[in-house]
Ligand binder design. Structure first.
Ligand SMILES: Nc1ncnc2c1ncn2[C@@H]1O[C@H](COP(=O)(O)OP(=O)(O)OP(=O)(O)O)[C@@H](O)[C@H]1O
Ligand SMILES: C[C@H](O)[C@H](O)[C@@H](O)C(=O)CO
Ligand SMILES: [Mg+2]
Length: 479
């Protein structure tokens, strides 16, 4: 059976076909397209209709390749949603989590209910753009007109099948679910004046959402195509698509964001996890993704836009290799880097304010980004071990960032952990695994990860000795 993963990240989207051929998973990229938010009248939003048409375009290609039967699973970035009325019409643009409307919302809401209380209920990290804060900022009359609040991947599935669900891995990122009840938290819904009935019913990954709506057939005429819910939060699919070599492994889903964490069977909700802003996003098969959001390749993506000359990511890495290591220490998790007007200027301002050499060239800018990400990753690994009491033996770097061999080696060196890099399309692969488990082609995720290890090139990076403590001390001095 052919399975199609629709994986849409903040910077790019792709349709990846996957089929099990004996003891290998064979994948083929069918369609790739750019993503990114737009700005209009002071609002940052996603062109959601364009994304839908890109999916349709990709499915038409599947048809042209001669397939008649397939399943499709959709995953995207987290927290963002679409409001629809009782006729299914979209009530407004799909606002991006990078929009500035929620910059002060945590401060506003935690005057009414403490952070500790919210965290005790949800176990979810405090990111200014969590769904709870976005919904709080919506105009009350718009919420009153809203029949359903659909998370982005669920909205795309609704447009293709007419059926709406709330898939749990992405639902958890709303910071509205009570982790013990595995249901909405009534206090939090009341706090933001939203009703439970304004959400669809929950769906676990692996359930049939429906068949493609007839009106889409003319452009791709896939008579036997079923949409299946997968881990619709892309990071949850990326974790599912992590090879999982050894016992004490951690994952780093390296794309626009760097999501670094471990899989747990129970949530970790402690003073220390709250203090360090760790999250317990829901994973597949009732697991949890105990992780931390680290500003990831967003930084270099935005620097790329700042520079007069266009560099591709391989060129940035080559330029970064030429500059001296660890000349600047920058805490890229500072809110100033969430969405500055000009990232290169913001980095230079940070260095000027902290009396550090100001990076000017592409190599100096990329070099300081990769140097400091390696230090931040190391600090998060140390925090994870301290908070959970579990030792982490190795780190799996998956996603587009896994192709950055300089950063892979720097991460191994600074953290002292062996790094396994790849697959770069782990999100799409995890999406495919969940469809294959639903189709009975795989018994479970354990078998799926064995298939990954047999099917894809996973590069090993052995740590070389560096003065980690010195680097962390210097980072804390400037961070
Ligand atoms: N050849 C390469 N060398 C080094 N880095 C690369 C290379 N190709 C891609 N990358 C890095 O991968 C990043 C994109 O990763 P990926 O494709 O996983 O992100 P995405 O899926 O579009 O977004 P999201 O993180 O929201 O899922 C780029 O920003 C870039 O930094
Ligand atoms: C906004 C979220 O933190 C973001 O989507 C992250 O969870 C992610 O999934 C990045 O791919
Ligand atoms: Mg991605």
């Amino acid at each position: 059976m052919l399975h199609i993963a629709v994986d849409i990240g903040a910077s790019s989207g792709r349709l990846v076909a996957g089929e099990r051929k004996e003891n290998k998973l064979e994948i083929k990229e069918i369609h790739r397209f750019a993503n990114g938010f737009m700005e209009r009248e002071g609002t940052s939003y996603w062109d959601i209709d364009h994304l839908l048409m890109e999916i349709v375009k990709g499915l038409a290609t599947v048809k042209k390749l001669g397939y008649e039967t397939c399943t499709v699973g959709i995953d995207t970035w987290a927290v963002d949603y679409v409001l629809i009325d009782e006729k299914g019409n979209r009530l407004q643009e799909a606002v991006s989590y990078r929009d500035k409307r929620t910059e002060k919302t945590i401060e506003k809401l935690t005057k009414k209910i403490s952070k500790g209380f919210i965290y005790e209920k949800t176990g979810i990290q405090f990111l200014p753009f969590n769904t709870i804060y976005q919904l709080f900022e919506e105009a009350p009359e718009l919420i009153r007109k809203t029949d359903k609040i659909l998370m982005v991947p669920d909205y795309l599935g609704f447009r293709l099948t007419g059926n709406a669900v709330l898939e749990v891995t992405n639902a958890s990122t709303m910071q509205l679910l009570n982790v013990k009840k595995r249901d909405f938290d009534d206090d939090l819904l009341e706090l933001i004046s939203v009703k439970k009935e304004q959400f669809p019913y929950f769906s676990e990954p692996g359930q049939e959402l429906g068949r493609l709506k007839k009106e889409w057939f003319p452009s791709y005429d896939l008579p036997d195509c079923k949409i299946v819910t997968v881990a619709s939060h892309d990071t949850a699919s990326a974790v599912a698509g992590t090879p999982g070599i050894g016992e004490g492994w951690a994952y780093l889903s390296s794309g626009t964001w760097s999501l670094l964490g471990i899989e747990t069977s129970e949530p970790v909700i402690t003073d220390l996890s709250l203090e360090n802003n760790y999250t317990n996003e829901w994973g597949t098969f009732q697991s949890f993704r105990f992780l931390k959001n680290i500003i990831g390749m967003w930084i270099i993506q935005e620097v790329r836009k700042s520079l007069p000359q266009d560099y591709n990511y391989s060129q940035f890495v080559e330029e970064a290799k030429k500059v001296e290591r660890f000349q600047r220490f920058i805490n890229f998790n500072d809110d100033r880097f969430i969405n500055p007007i000009d990232m290169a200027v913001e980095i230079q301002a940070y260095c000027r304010e902290t009396n550090q050499p100001i990076p000017e060239t592409a190599g100096e800018l990329a070099g300081c980004i990769y140097d400091n990400l390696a230090i931040i990753y190391t600090m998060v690994i140390k925090e994870l071990e301290e908070i959970t009491g579990q030792s982490i033996d190795c780190l799996h770097i998956v996603g587009g960032g896994a192709q950055n061999e300089l950063l892979n080696q720097l991460t191994a060196d600074v953290s002292g952990k062996t790094v396994y890099a790849g697959p770069s399309e782990a999100t799409a692969i995890g999406n495919l695994l969940l469809q294959m488990i639903a189709a009975g082609e795989l018994a479970d995720l354990h078998e799926g990860r064995q298939l990954i290890r047999k099917s894809f090139d996973i590069k090993e990076f052995i740590p070389a000795a560096v003065q980690t403590e010195t680097l962390i001390n210097r980072f804390n001095q400037y961070g």
